[in-house]
Design a protein around this ligand. Sequence first.
Ligand SMILES: Cc1ncc(COP(=O)(O)O)c(C=O)c1O
Length: 684
Amino acid sequence: MKKNKKIIVVIQARVNSSRLPNKVLLKLNGLPAIIRMIERVKLSKLVDEIWVVTGESKVNDKLVNILGSSNIKVMRGDDLDVLSRYVKVTKKTGANIIVRLTADCPLIDPNIIDMTIKLLIDRKADYASNILKRTYPDGLDVEAFTSDTLIKTVENVDDKFSKEHVTTYMHGLHKNKYKKGNFILASLEHEADFSSLRWTLDEENDLIFLNRVYSTIDPLASWQQILSHLLSNPLIYMQNRIIPTNQNAVDLNSNNYRRYSKSNKLFDRASKTIPLGSQTFSKSYIQWPKGEAPLFIDRAYGAKVVDPDGNHYIDYVLGLLPIILGYCDEDVDREVIDQIQRGTIYSLPSELEMELAEKLVKIIPSAEMVRFGKNGSDATSAAIRLARAYTDRDLVAVAGYHGWHDWYIASSSRNLGVPKSVEALTFKFLFNDLDSLTSLFKKYPNKFAAVILEPTGLVEPDKGFLKSVKNICEKNGTLLIFDEIISGFRINIGGAQKEYGITPDISCFGKAMANGYPLSAIVGSRKIMNLMEEIFFSTTFGGETLSIRASLATINKIQKLNVINKIKSYGTKLIFKLNNIIKKHGLDSNISVSKVNWWPQLVIKDLPINDELFISIMRQELLMSGLLLGSTFNLSLAHTKADILKQTLEKFSDAMKNISLILNSKDPSVYLKGEHIKRTFKVR
Ligand SMILES: Cc1ncc(COP(=O)(O)O)c(C=O)c1O
């Protein structure tokens, strides 16, 4: 390139950084960071002079001395008005083009500097930079502008922020907050997006990372060589990736290039008005490595969700299992939209209620009559009240999770606020452990109104277990309640009772029955259900029409497309392939995927580290790979589409590779960037 312009690099530096004091003087493999940086800038082919500008205050004396002894040109100026320092150095040198760098970029790349200058000249632009749309790693920031641009900026800028941040008026990225000039801009972009990488020096962890880089590479290596070095040394790479977001350094009006910054901001807002920031424990921040996880969902489609920062995930949580067909299923939503136009709730019952009741009676073995509720807890609580009324007894035996109401939650560790007198009525027994049930009956003969259990789930019932429970109940005049809130419409269209051929007295359905619309059902024999007329189970939104229409459409589609078998077959493939991936990465003694094909689970085996730390790291890495996955694989018809399995396997493999490296590192805890997850309580 023919060059008839004087081009200078101006590095702005200061010593008094609050996060990392003295940062520009801290040593990177033996040399101060700023000297390392200048060594790299010197490789530029287009730059005539390199200047460091710093403030007048005494704290910067040491910096000025060190630079002086290395024969580096320094100019001091106003401590706050950094813009005026640029003017001063431009006047002194007579430069036509000024390249602005900040001293926190010790891996700055001379070739990127030259490309930015060339872009400015070739496009006849006023300002050129790679920060207009970030694609390069954070810490390789280069801005170039002409002396005319600088003069116009000084003439127009009067606020403190713009004077401190120098180029605000030129690039206009904060245009909603600060004045913006009318300049010709040129954006330097890489074809691949590396903007999530952090190569800047701003805090302690950055220093550790940069030191590791400097002590393992040629200090003058190009940024591409550094990148390839990091890719072949993934532990260094991960160390860098896990440096927390520096919220203060990012003007939130500018391009939002941090992966979870919007989620974190929304959480701060939500937690001011919403305890826990969520309506559901299992959807709240305590379940995810906060800081390194999405905390909200913005939208969903098929098997995928998108968080507020625009990150897409394959979702294996599915709203905690109501989604069985996929998000926004067209066949269901079409029915719902039609129903909206006919009224969502009426003053008298509608025909829709009997239509759905008749449908359930046809497909569920224990169903002769049906009542509807809005959620699973409605259904289980109504079933328990019904059983108590029917048997004229008070005690209940429980195995599994059955909802938030007093009668059940009394038996959990999170029972604050539940009267002791209620707690005394609920007894736990263990799934697949008949002795634990019979001993209760022995201790309290003729006292149990009901035995309620999830008939199957993450663990299948042992052969004969359900039958024996039924026999015990019959012998003792106790009603048997199947809680099929999860198993319903997933294991079999008629529920686990159909799958295993055991018919309970009462059963509860919910979750998947309406593909995400709030609906539950209590079903049972006519003799028992008739007593519903005597007990009090009555609610304003019972019979709400949208959910019933959704349920009719959902059940029809499950039947028509043989959804349950499709999901099971997807589950079988998933289990086989995921276990192979786990093995390939040497993690098979640590974790495995269970064999229940309609609801596979990531099972923890032996771990060299604390369980919660491991789960936190695992969720962080799964999220990073693009999988929203808790402990179970909640499946939907949308997952069975061809490419979802392929994408899942690739993402899972990426995560397992990282987890394996982390587990084998000296101190796995340093790789958890987010907060530890906290368990609500363990029921399964
Ligand atoms: C087996 C089982 N029963 C009952 C419930 C309570 O349902 P809901 O949260 O809809 O009230 C749940 C919820 O997860 C459940 O898994």
